[in-house]
Design a protein around this ligand. Structure first.
Ligand SMILES: *[C@@H]1O[C@H](CO)[C@@H](O)[C@H](O)[C@H]1NC(C)=O
Ligand SMILES: *[C@@H]1O[C@H](CO)[C@@H](O)[C@H](O)[C@H]1NC(C)=O
Ligand SMILES: *[C@@H]1O[C@H](CO)[C@@H](O)[C@H](O)[C@H]1NC(C)=O
Ligand SMILES: *[C@@H]1O[C@H](CO)[C@@H](O)[C@H](O)[C@H]1NC(C)=O
Ligand SMILES: *[C@@H]1O[C@H](CO)[C@@H](O)[C@H](O)[C@H]1NC(C)=O
Ligand SMILES: *[C@@H]1O[C@H](CO)[C@@H](O)[C@H](O)[C@H]1NC(C)=O
Ligand SMILES: *[C@@H]1O[C@H](CO)[C@@H](O)[C@H](O)[C@H]1NC(C)=O
Ligand SMILES: *[C@@H]1O[C@H](CO)[C@@H](O)[C@H](O)[C@H]1NC(C)=O
Ligand SMILES: *[C@@H]1O[C@H](CO)[C@@H](O)[C@H](O)[C@H]1NC(C)=O
Ligand SMILES: *[C@@H]1O[C@H](CO)[C@@H](O)[C@H](O)[C@H]1NC(C)=O
Ligand SMILES: *[C@@H]1O[C@H](CO)[C@@H](O)[C@H](O)[C@H]1NC(C)=O
Ligand SMILES: [Cu+2]
Length: 568
């Protein structure tokens, strides 16, 4: 009798936690942007940080929580912060991209940013979204399962973010303005970083090496984030297999691999079992770059995994990573990602499509102008540019969201972004006529009706040169239903789409001279940026904006703006 009451109480409390709609919490953080001195590669420099930390503080929350961050700019320049992977349902106001959803926060200014989470579980991140300030202004954003629910894999002994970063000896703003001024490729970086440290393969960096102590037999959850500016990366751990369990805040079917391929903007969650002889092992990352005409930083960043019971003297082993131009290795990994597609984590891929879009992604060149002093450092004395459907995006002077919301579209942007490229050509042919290289420049957006089901095929091209483009969409995650090399064939390729367990990403690398198709339901009204997450391509114009209109019900309308929007 007593037992059964206790049992029922236990059961109902379990059920209560399981259906825990009320236990969504609001968490608060304070982010102060300020300069701090950091010494790396034998040299000190001042960098812009959040709270003096590099990488910045980790935000953690449970699924469905709301997080409020008081952002205070005590740095020297305009800046904005973006919550990469948070859907911000109906609330684009504090999403962050400068001149898209807000004007920047000026030095001395403040902005209270509300972050609205949805069904994400796993790892997302946050970063600055104004010019190249994100190089040092970024951090992890961990989303735990709702209280009372569990991971769809055995609970790890411990977990930690592994943030891949990129470091230049010069100031990042100097690099940005030099790149914009000369029109050429930016100088390659001086090192890559793991959790802010280059690792001991670089000069003066023995102390600047991240170390992870592990206990034999235990399993660790590594939440790997690619915060690198300009490159896709390979990552691995010597002698250890990695079990991939999530990506971009969504669980995946577990699979094991000796390495991962991760593009800027993406996160990959892996389980690492400390099951090797107690020694020291390197985890390491280096560039994946298929475009052979660009220079790369070919250095390797490392961190050390050290079993607890051990002599410190053995030199660590390096993992064998794929060759830095190994397109196949990159594709093989990306194509292994599958949604978990379980009862608790179902797949809701749209099956009936109401809007089909086909977007080409190109590197371009612009004619060098008189005001450039007639010397530009792009190929053949041009300025490099980039485009989507041959439109190289130009930032407006006031934010698109504010212009849209306050009905000031005219003169600020146009709504005629094309659904397909203006010209058909053999997109991925090895040689293309030079006259295809010149893009149009403009501030054009695509309007989507609320609740439309969108299928968008990205087609990489070989205009100027092919490249891998990690495309990121704000406000949504999307299902990646297919990809391939060469030109997309609309009659054949759709038959091979995965509509059963496609991965649910917010960033996906469109392969070098290849294509990728994504699907999503446009059920989040607002103004949403979509761009290549390679920062030089973003700076050159490889981006556009979706405006998703309000629906008919009050619950499908944009919420009103906060009172403290930074002024334009
Ligand atoms: C970013 O750079 C552009 C020039 O390329 C400049 O107009 C803009 O104000 C800069 N933004 C910030 C936040 O500094
Ligand atoms: C880029 O590299 C060149 C050659 O090493 C150097 O002269 C130039 O100052 C560098 N530019 C920046 C912005 O660091
Ligand atoms: C990396 O590049 C440098 C300079 O281009 C070259 O000297 C070096 O051999 C390269 N290292 C590797 C491992 O490819
Ligand atoms: C990568 O592979 C290519 C082709 O197999 C080869 O030419 C190149 O030397 C390799 N590079 C490295 C760094 O191993
Ligand atoms: C890459 O994969 C393609 C098709 O699967 C194959 O033909 C090619 O030989 C592979 N290349 C390398 C370098 O492995
Ligand atoms: C922004 O303002 C400048 C100066 O008034 C003007 O030249 C430029 O065309 C404007 N840009 C856009 C996209 O409207
Ligand atoms: C496109 O270019 C590739 C590579 O040169 C060639 O194999 C293919 O036949 C071309 N396709 C068309 C439709 O011309
Ligand atoms: C892009 O537009 C420009 C200007 O109209 C044109 O010269 C160029 O050929 C177009 N390129 C492509 C790939 O459509
Ligand atoms: C959106 O479309 C779905 C599927 O057609 C439908 O079930 C739902 O009611 C629609 N939502 C709204 C708000 O129109
Ligand atoms: C530069 O000029 C050469 C010679 O005209 C041409 O073959 C090459 O394609 C040009 N490169 C670019 C990126 O336009
Ligand atoms: C900072 O942002 C304000 C508002 O958009 C703008 O007027 C100003 O030019 C920006 N300053 C810099 C250095 O980019
Ligand atoms: Cu790109």
């Amino acid at each position: 009798m007593k037992f059964s009451i206790i049992f029922q109480l236990l059961l109902s409390s379990l059920l209560f936690f399981h259906n825990c709609h009320q236990c969504q919490a609001t968490k608060r953080y304070r982010f102060e942007l300020r300069e701090a001195k950091y010494r790396r590669l034998c040299r000190s420099k001042k960098i812009l940080t959040v709270n003096g930390k590099f990488p910045g503080p980790t935000i953690s929350a449970h699924r469905g929580d709301t997080v409020i961050v008081d952002v205070i700019n005590n740095g020297n320049y305009n800046v904005t912060i973006h919550w990469h992977g948070a859907p911000m349902n109906r609330y684009p106001w504090t999403d962050g991209p400068e001149y898209i959803t807000q004007c920047p926060i000026p030095p001395g200014g403040k902005f209270k940013q509300r972050i609205i989470l949805g069904d994400e579980e796993g790892t997302i991140w946050w970063h600055a979204h104004s010019n190249w300030t994100r190089a040092t202004v970024h951090g992890a954003f961990i989303i735990y399962p709702t209280l009372g629910t569990i991971y769809p894999f055995p609970k790890p002994h411990a977990q930690l973010p592994i943030i891949l970063g990129e470091w230049w000896k010069v100031d990042i703003q100097t690099l940005y303005y030099a790149t914009v001024r000369t029109g050429g490729d930016p100088n390659v970086s001086d090192s890559f970083l793991i959790n802010g440290q280059p690792g001991d393969l670089y000069p003066c960096s023995k102390q600047d090496t991240f170390k992870l102590k592990v206990v034999q037999g235990k399993t660790y959850l590594l939440r790997i984030i690619n915060a690198v500016m300009q490159n896709l990366m390979f990552f691995g751990v010597a002698n250890h297999k990695l079990t991939v369990v999530g990506s971009d805040g969504s669980y995946t079917k577990p699979f094991t691999s000796n390495y991962i391929a991760i593009s800027p903007g993406q996160t990959i969650d892996v389980l690492l079992e400390a099951n090797q002889t107690p020694k020291r092992y390197y985890m390491a990352a280096r560039v994946y770059e298929r475009t052979l005409s660009v220079s790369i930083d070919n250095t390797t960043t490392t961190a050390i995994i050290q079993y607890d019971s051990l002599d410190d003297s053995t030199p660590p082993l390096l993992p064998i990573l794929p060759n830095s131009s190994d397109l196949n290795a990159s594709i093989r990994f990306t194509n292994s990602l599958r949604s978990l597609a379980s009862k608790d984590h179902p797949v809701k891929v749209p099956l009936k499509i109401t809007k089909r879009l086909f977007y080409t992604l190109s590197i371009n060149t612009l004619v060098c102008q008189e005001e450039d002093g007639n010397t530009c450092q792009g190929p053949n004395n041009t300025r490099l540019a980039a485009s989507v459907n041959n439109i190289s995006f130009v930032n407006p002077n006031i934010s698109i969201l504010e212009a849209y919301y306050h009905n000031m579209i005219n003169g600020n942007f146009m709504t005629n972004f094309p659904d397909k490229p203006p010209k058909m050509f053999n997109y991925t042919a090895p040689f293309l006529p030079i006259k295809l290289e010149l893009p149009k420049r403009g501030t054009k957006v695509k309007v989507l009706d609320y609740n439309e089901t969108v299928e968008l095929t990205f087609q990489g091209t070989s205009v100027v040169d092919g490249a891998d483009h990690p495309m990121h969409l704000h406000g949504y995650s999307f299902y990646v239903v297919g990809s391939g090399l060469g030109n997309f064939d609309k009659d054949k390729d759709p038959f091979n789409y995965n509509l059963v367990d496609p991965p649910f990403q917010n960033t996906i690398a469109v392969p070098y001279k290849g294509w990728t198709t994504i699907r999503f339901r446009a059920n989040n009204p607002g103004v949403w940026f979509m761009h290549c997450h390679v920062d030089r391509h973003l700076t050159w114009g490889m981006e556009t904006v979706f405006i998703v209109t309000n629906g008919k019900t009050p619950e499908s309308r944009i919420l009103p703006p906060p009172p403290d929007m930074p002024p334009c």
